[in-house]
Ligand binder design. Structure first.
Ligand SMILES: Cc1ncc(COP(=O)(O)O)c(C=O)c1O
Length: 339
C-alpha cells in the first residue's frame, strides 16, 4: 500500500529511534529536561524568536499562540480554509472565548489588502475588536500552497503599525521555506508567534514547537499546564524532533519533487484531473466527479488518498514513500480517475 493520505503517517526511522532511546531526560514540568531545553533553544534560534515551547500537537501550539493575543470575546481573522477554523474542533471558541472571522482566498493564498480591509479597530461597543491575524503557510486545505513572501511581509508591517498581533501556523513552514528560499527566521521575524510541526515533513512521531517572546512563552507554558499539556520526560520526544531538524529538514524539497512527479504521472493518464503546475510543495489535489468512488478504487489498487470534498482528493508526499512509489501512485490514480 502506498499511503499518501498525509505526511503525518511517517514512522520514526532507525536513527530517530536511536536518538530517542539515548536522549538525556528529566522532568519538564520542573524545567529539568535537557533535551526539551535543547529543542526549545534550537527552535527559537531557527525561527528568529527569543524563546520556544515544545507542545504535543500543532493544534495545541495554535491554541496557545492565539490565546496569547486574543482576549475572550475578541476576534482573530483567518482564511476560511485555515486549519484553526476548520479542523481544530472549535477549540479557540470553546475553550478560550475567541471569535473568528474569515476571509476568502484562491487556494489559501492571502491578499494583504483583503485582510487589512476586514480589521475592526476602535469600534466602540458595537463591533468585535480584531486582536490578531492568523496566517497559514503552507496552506493545507489550499493544497500545500505557499504564501507570497512580499504579501505576508507587507501585511505583517501594517499589522505591527496598527498594534494587531500576528500568529503564523507554520505546521508546514519548512515546506514553504524550501519552496521560496527564505529562511525560517525570515518568516519568524514577521510574526509575534510561530508554530512549526515536527510530526509532518520532519518525520517525528509527535510534537510542534511554538516560538515567540520569552514573556509570551512563559505565559503559554502556564496555560499549556492548565490545559493538561505539561509533560514529564518529554525529552524522548524532543530528541525525535531534534533528529528531524538535523536530518529531515535539509531533504524536505525531495518531497516536493515527488509530489510534482505524482501529479505529472496522474495527469498523463487523466489530463484535467490534476494540474501539475498547481503543485507548489508536497501536496497534490486531484479533481474528479466522485471523490469517494475514486478513492475506494485507488485503495483497491494499493494507493491511499484522503477525500477533501465531494470532488477533491488529496495526495501528500513524505519520508516514507519513494519517488518511484509516487510516480506509480500517480499512474494508478490517473487510471482510477478515468475508469
Ligand atoms: C496547517 C496545519 N496546522 C495545524 C495542524 C495541527 O497539527 P496536529 O495534528 O499536530 O494537531 C495541521 C495538521 O494537519 C495542519 O495541517
Amino acid at each position: 500500500m502506498i499511503d499518501l493520505r498525509s505526511d503525518t503517517l511517517t514512522r520514526p526511522s532507525a536513527g530517530m529511534l536511536d536518538a530517542m532511546m539515548t536522549a538525556p531526560v528529566g522532568d519538564d514540568v520542573y524545567g529539568e529536561d535537557p533535551t526539551v531545553g535543547a529543542l526549545e533553544r534550537r527552535a527559537a534560534e531557527l525561527l528568529g524568536q527569543e524563546a520556544a515551547l515544545f507542545c504535543a500537537t500543532g493544534s495545541l501550539a495554535n491554541l496557545l499562540g492565539i490565546w496569547l493575543h486574543v482576549p475572550p470575546g475578541g476576534e482573530v481573522l483567518c482564511d476560511g480554509l485555515a486549519h484553526i477554523a476548520r479542523a481544530e474542533m472549535g477549540a479557540h471558541g470553546a475553550l478560550h472565548g475567541v471569535t473568528m472571522r474569515t476571509w476568502s482566498s484562491e487556494r489559501g493564498k492571502l491578499v494583504a489588502d483583503d485582510v487589512l480591509a476586514m480589521l475592526a479597530i476602535d469600534c466602540g461597543p458595537y463591533l468585535v475588536e480584531t486582536a490578531a491575524v492568523e496566517v497559514e503557510d503552507t496552506s493545507n486545505f489550499g493544497g500545500g500552497t505557499v504564501q507570497d513572501f512580499n504579501e505576508v511581509s507587507r501585511l505583517s508591517d501594517e499589522l505591527a503599525r496598527l498594534g494587531i498581533a500576528r500568529h503564523l501556523d507554520g505546521a508546514r513552514l519548512a515546506n514553504a521555506a524550501a519552496a521560496t528560499g527564505h529562511t525560517l527566521a525570515e518568516y519568524g521575524q514577521l510574526f509575534d508567534t510561530v508554530s512549526l510541526c515536527l510530526s509532518k515533513g520532519l518525520g517525528a512521531p509527535i510534537g510542534t514547537v511554538l516560538a515567540g517572546s520569552a514573556a509570551d512563552m512563559a505565559r503559554a507554558r502556564v496555560q499549556r499546564k492548565r490545559l493538561g499539556g505539561g509533560w514529564r520526560q518529554a525529552g524522548i520526544l524532543a530528541a525525535a524532533g531534534l533528529w528531524g531538524l538535523d536530518h529531515n529538514l535539509p531533504r524536505i524539497a525531495e518531497d516536493h519533487v515527488a509530489a510534482r512527479a505524482f501529479a505529472d504521472a496522474a495527469s498523463r493518464r487523466a489530463p484535467g484531473a490534476v494540474d501539475p503546475g498547481s503543485v507548489e510543495t508536497n501536496v497534490a489535489l486531484v479533481e474528479v466527479v466522485n471523490a469517494r468512488g475514486v478513492a475506494a478504487e485507488c485503495e483497491r489498487r494499493g494507493v491511499r488518498l484522503s477525500v477533501l470534498g465531494p470532488h477533491t482528493l488529496r495526495a501528500v508526499t513524505h519520508l516514507d514513500v519513494t519517488l518511484e512509489e509516487c510516480i506509480a501512485a500517480g499512474e494508478t490514480v490517473g487510471e482510477a480517475a478515468i475508469s
